[in-house]
Design a protein around this ligand. Structure first.
Ligand SMILES: [Zn+2]
Length: 231
């Protein structure tokens, strides 16, 4: 994927309406999945054939610019690995986009293979142990940063925030069955993605919505994208 940048401040000036970058990200997820599947996958190199491809959407709130990119992981036999997430976050920082709206991470949907990497048999691959430590600490990431995970070949998807992944994993790995259930239950495909975006729009469409902080929008997006909420 060619990294691409959009000046949404210009769109706001032209239309006289504020842009919600979280809604923009949600609408772009199916495209980002496609981009990660095609270009991120070509970029993924793993000597043991464990491929992870990802995409990122981030903004520069001061400049009112939105940026996207895609990448794959790198794992050579005798060198330390470079996760797709780490590459993408490094690029966000380098390109001057200090606020990550969301990450899309695609890998195997084979639960045994996933368990070997992340210690739990989840339907999609969340962060590996290293990323669970490093991603929440990254300066472009907040607790509410969204993480949409799916398969390189299969359309099953899950959505969590970075803060949820960071807190649920230690609980689940120490035997908390509610946390494990939250992470491992199967999740939907993309056929009703638009309906879930519509749920997000309903949640953010109140009279005070203009003043909703970005982080609150990300929290509501996670609720709308997970099928746990019915409104
Ligand atoms: Zn990782």
């Amino acid at each position: 994927m060619t990294s691409q940048e959009i000046n949404y401040g210009n769109v706001e000036r032209l239309t006289g309406k504020p842009i919600d970058p979280v809604l923009w990200f949600l609408q772009r997820v199916p495209y980002l999945v496609e981009q990660a599947r095609s270009l991120g996958r070509q970029d993924a190199h793993s000597y043991r054939d464990f491929h992870v491809a990802g995409a990122i959407a981030a903004i520069n709130p001061a400049e009112r610019t939105y940026w996207e990119d895609a990448a794959g992981n790198l794992k050579r036999s005798n060198k330390s690995k470079v996760c797709a997430e780490k590459k993408l976050l490094g690029r966000a920082l380098k390109h001057g986009f200090p606020h990550v709206i969301g990450l899309v991470v695609l890998s195997t949907t084979d639960r045994a293979e996933i368990k070997a990497v992340s210690d739990l048999e989840t339907p999609t691959l969340h962060f590996c142990g290293v990323c669970r430590d490093e991603v929440p600490q990254h300066q472009c990431v907040a607790d509410r940063t969204l993480v949409v995970t799916s398969g390189l070949n299969e359309d099953v998807n899950q959505t969590f925030t970075v803060g949820q992944v960071a807190s649920l994993y230690p609980q689940a790995l120490h035997g908390d069955s509610a946390a494990a259930f939250e992470l491992t239950r199967s999740r939907p495909d993309f056929h009703d993605w638009d309906q879930r975006i519509a749920t997000y729009q309903m949640l953010t469409n109140g009279p005070e919505a203009v003043n909703l902080a970005l982080e609150e929008r990300q929290r509501l997006a996670q609720l709308a994208l997970s099928k746990t909420v019915s409104i």
